[in-house]
Design a protein around this ligand. Structure first.
Ligand code: IDP
Ligand code: MG
Length: 149
């Protein structure tokens, strides 16, 4: 079992897509083990996107992600890190396959609705940035045997 960090970005929150995006992960069979609405500070944004510092889009990315509330989710399941990335799709909505979140809801590579951790190392680091340990809850998934066999 893996846990990954998902951020429902300001564009998706403003567009009223929180529920539909959460539903995608629930529909897949993944479990929501952490969730909160928050406004990301510039300090947290800089820590989260540290690998992008210096890139041409960095300043606009920080402006965007701190501009309005986001919903952060900890999403758990077998293969959840790569699985969620596949569900999110390519960075730019126009390039993302239909059926992915970005492919179904977005067009550009900046207003792309969702963030998902891209590796186990990133997931561990990002979950620690956004959640206190006690904010991640373990609970039964009674229908899990009908998902995992
Ligand atoms: P990812 O979210 O698909 O992993 P990254 O290349 O890691 O994409 O970029 C992180 C975020 O930075 C993207 O999700 C997007 O919001 C923003 N971004 C990436 N490339 C561009 C760009 O060329 N212009 C504007 N924003 C960008
Ligand atoms: Mg990335």
């Amino acid at each position: 079992m893996e846990t990954t960090l998902i951020i429902i970005k300001p564009d998706a929150v403003q567009r009223g897509l929180i529920g539909r995006i959460v539903s995608r992960f629930e529909d897949k069979g993944f479990q929501i083990v952490g969730a909160k609405l928050m406004r990301i500070t510039r300090e947290l944004a800089a820590a989260h996107y540290r690998d992008h510092a210096g890139k041409p889009f960095y300043n606009s990315l920080i402006e965007f992600i701190t501009s309005q509330p986001v919903v952060v989710l900890a999403v758990r399941g077998l293969g959840a890190i790569e699985g969620a990335r596949k569900m999110i799709g390519a960075t730019a909505g126009l390039q993302a396959e239909p059926g992915t979140i970005r492919g179904d809801f977005g067009i550009t590579n900046s207003l792309n609705l969702v963030h998902g951790s891209d590796s186990p190392e990133a997931a561990a680091r990002e979950l620690t940035l956004f959640f206190q340990a006690e904010e991640l809850l373990t609970y039964d998934q009674p229908h899990g045997r009908w998902i995992y066999g």
